[in-house]
Write a new protein. Structure first.
Length: 383
């Protein structure tokens, strides 16, 4: 259970922490993003989970005790934010970070724009990344997963965009954010880019959405659902985007059938309805016996429910040893695409678990990156 310390800090005023606008005149908020980055580190350091760092946190106190500005024997989250070294992941190209694309309640939602290393002929195509993390965690910051893709695609003239979205706060039963809200945010991120495509030099008719795990699920939904689906920020509703294609790495394809989450013959699996509390905040659900409102929510969050012969094409890659998102999801997606005449390619990765951390997978990681880049380029070629 990950706590969002930056939302617990009542002294933090969102409206007072906006930064100077970007070079394109868009609002930025580096201060808010710093608190989010601090949250990741502080949560791991706070081994006693008492919302502060002290000598009881052992090695973390040895490392961060010097940040105790008021010398009271503890480091608060605000003290940590003020003094901790929180560098951004290294990137040797041009990047505009922490552009505000919307606000939702007390959360400010940001995206990063990585400029092409090679000038595009006309407007630049867009590679739009939605991170994973079980709909409860993860970050828009550059990672081992996105770096090789961003490096290759920016060299090919792409603008790469990484988007933050609202997360389900499992630690707070009173918080009303659900999985669907994150999807609304990611759709609004596309709408925001459409609204500002001229000043950003983007071709929003040539967008490929990409994500892994929970982000792969979001990428599937953005690919298959209509441009009007998942309405959010009212000022963005008229800015419609239909992706040219999508790429999903090991994302689930259907929540209506919990049997799809069973990985045949594999150990250490989650319960089939493990993800229910991300969708409804209930500990479990059964689609067949759920009330109409819950059924509708489950349907909306099931990518294959949207799939039809006119859906944008999708490449889905799935490890055959995945115990988090069962390989059954890939097979189900393949079968549904065949029945509906949809353009979906499935690539099973032999020996790969969730996240493809293990060695000896086939194809290997470099090949999977290369195939992803090839697919993106193919489906954004000028017509």
């Amino acid at each position: 259970m990950r706590v969002f310390y930056f939302l617990l800090s009542v002294v933090f005023c969102l409206s007072a922490n906006a930064d100077q606008p970007s070079s394109q005149g868009l609002e930025k908020n580096d201060a808010y993003n710093r608190r989010i980055m601090a949250n990741e580190v502080f949560y791991k350091a706070d081994t006693t989970h008492d919302y502060k760092l002290s000598v009881e946190d052992g090695a973390a106190w040895d490392q961060y005790g010097k940040l105790d500005a008021d010398s009271n024997g503890q480091v608060s989250f605000d003290e940590f934010v003020a003094g901790a070294d929180l560098p951004y992941p290294a990137w040797d190209g041009e990047v505009t970070r922490n552009i505000v694309y919307k606000r939702a309640g007390n959360e400010v939602l940001l995206l990063d724009i990585y400029a092409p290393r090679k000038a595009a002929k006309g407007k630049a195509p867009v590679f739009y990344y939605t991170h994973g993390g079980g709909w409860t965690g993860g970050s828009k910051e550059l990672s081992y997963e996105t770096r090789p893709l961003f490096e290759q695609l920016t060299k090919e003239g792409f603008v790469c965009v990484s988007v933050m979205y609202r997360l389900v706060k499992m630690w707070d039963p009173n918080d009303d954010v659900l999985m669907r809200d994150g999807l609304v945010d990611c759709r609004d991120g596309l709408r925001f880019l459409k609204k500002h495509e001229k000043e950003l030099g983007l071709d929003m008719n040539r967008v490929v959405v990409f994500g892994s795990s929970a982000g792969g699920h979001i990428a599937q939904l953005l690919t298959f659902s209509s441009a009007d689906a998942f309405p959010g920020e009212s000022s963005l509703l008229s800015d419609k985007v239909t992706p040219a294609a999508g790429v999903s790495w090991f994302g689930p394809s259907d929540f209506r059938d919990t049997d799809l989450f069973v990985s045949d013959g594999l150990k250490d699996q989650f319960a089939p309805d493990h993800w229910a509390n991300r969708i409804t905040k209930a500990d479990s659900f059964n689609y067949e016996t759920a009330d109409a409102e819950t059924q509708r929510m489950i349907e909306e969050l099931s990518p294959v429910w949207w799939l039809n012969k006119d859906s944008a094409p999708l490449l889905h890659m799935q490890g055959d040893q995945d115990t988090v998102i069962s390989p059954r999801h890939a097979q189900h997606l393949k079968e549904q695409a065949a029945q509906k005449g949809a353009d979906v390619e499935i690539l099973m990765v032999k020996g790969a678990g969730h996240g493809w951390w293990n060695k000896g997978i086939e194809p290997d990681r470099d090949t999977l990156n290369h195939l992803t880049v090839e697919y993106v380029i193919k489906h954004t070629a000028p017509r």
